[in-house]
Design a protein around this ligand. Structure first.
Ligand code: SAM
Length: 323
């Protein structure tokens, strides 16, 4: 398949795994390998830069290869698109021995390892993955990345009882469910999900039906997460460009019985990457304010793949920490 021209606008992003390495150690290593810090926006093939939105994230020219790199093989560097780093940053998980977090849809584990790093290996991170094969990929990744606070569980998140005492201390949930994958123009870092397949050959009707099925599933996952009594913050993300899976799912979730019962609302703009300019599509939401409270990334144009992030908080627990 010929490469999507938008992929050429996306740098090679490399996240330093702070459980095993520091950003400064990574910088020195890049320099010792002949790369120099870039002094401008444009990065040549021999340069690198540090990202402005995601701590510990570095940018290289798009064609830079890291798959044979020793630090990558050792789990010190994680190849992860910038937009896909947003959910863990927005969730801003607790950093304490009694902190407890769920990653409801974890494999291959990029966001799980990111959360574990932000938690500094403290507390407990329950990582669910229902697919057996992908679960084993997840386990390998977590081991390689030195994530010691993660309990990986090969189960369907929807089958987990919100009343189960095991998860009674959980306050934060990351929800990155299967989606159409329509935002991915640079497939290097994505392990395809069974649901996430190219649909160019589908007729419009078949495509619509598939999106509606995905949206129903995505909504059921959010509503399930909202039932966990101790949870105060849920981050929902997709790598889809379709409003059906993004703004419209969020609006339905906000109007659901589960959201009303638990008093969920959207986190305010300031709490969800305040400096990121591209927000939701107002026409697809109930009001403009709501659209400002969600994030979009347009494939290529934002130097990322296409992505969407929303953050639900319990109204009784406003969390307006800047991220
Ligand atoms: N968050 C992952 C990362 O950043 O590496 C990517 C997650 S991928 C988009 C969605 C994953 O959720 C797939 O591996 C899929 O098998 C899994 N999944 C889908 N439905 C699930 C469910 N009900 N319970 C647990 N896992 C599920």
């Amino acid at each position: 398949q010929p490469e999507d021209p938008r992929a050429a606008k996306i740098p090679r992003y490399v996240r330093v795994n702070s459980l095993l390495w520091t950003a400064e150690e990574a910088r020195q290593s890049f320099i010792s390998r002949g790369f120099s810090p870039s002094s401008s926006e444009a990065i040549t093939s021999q340069e690198f830069a540090q990202d402005h939105h995601v701590p510990d994230l570095f940018l290289f020219a798009p064609q830079t290869q890291f798959h044979e790199d020793a630090a990558y093989k050792a789990g010190k560097l994680i190849l992860q698109d910038k937009a896909s780093c947003f959910p863990a940053v927005v969730l801003s998980p607790p950093v304490s021995e009694d902190g407890a977090v769920i990653d409801a849809t974890a494999a291959p584990g990029n966001k799980t390892s990111h959360l574990s790093a932000l938690m500094r290996n403290k507390g407990k991170l329950f990582a669910f993955e229902r697919d057996h094969k992908r679960f084993s990929t997840l386990q390998n990744m977590l081991q390689k990345a030195g994530c010691r606070n993660v309990e990986a569980i090969n189960a369907d998140f929807l089958s987990v009882s919100p009343e189960d005492k095991k998860y009674g201390a959980v306050t934060h949930i990351l929800l990155d469910p299967s989606c159409s994958g329509s935002g991915i123009v640079n497939r290097l870092d994505y392990l395809l999900d069974p649901a996430d397949r190219q649909s160019e050959n589908d007729s419009e009707g078949v495509e619509m039906e598939r999106l509606h099925k995905l949206a129903t599933f995505q909504l059921s996952m959010i509503k399930h997460a909202m039932k966990f009594p101790g949870v105060v913050k849920i981050v929902y993300s997709t790598c889809s460009v379709h409003a059906t899976e993004n703004e419209r799912v969020v609006c339905q979730a906000l109007k659901s019985q589960e959201a009303q019962t638990a008093h969920y609302t959207l986190a305010p703009r300031e709490a969800i990457l305040r400096d990121w300019p591209r927000r939701g599509i107002p026409e697809e939401m109930d009001d403009r304010e709501q659209a400002l409270s969600v994030i979009r990334c347009r494939p290529g144009d934002d130097a990322t793949n296409g992505f969407f992030v929303a953050c639900f908080i319990k109204a009784s627990q406003p969390d307006s920490r800047d991220v």
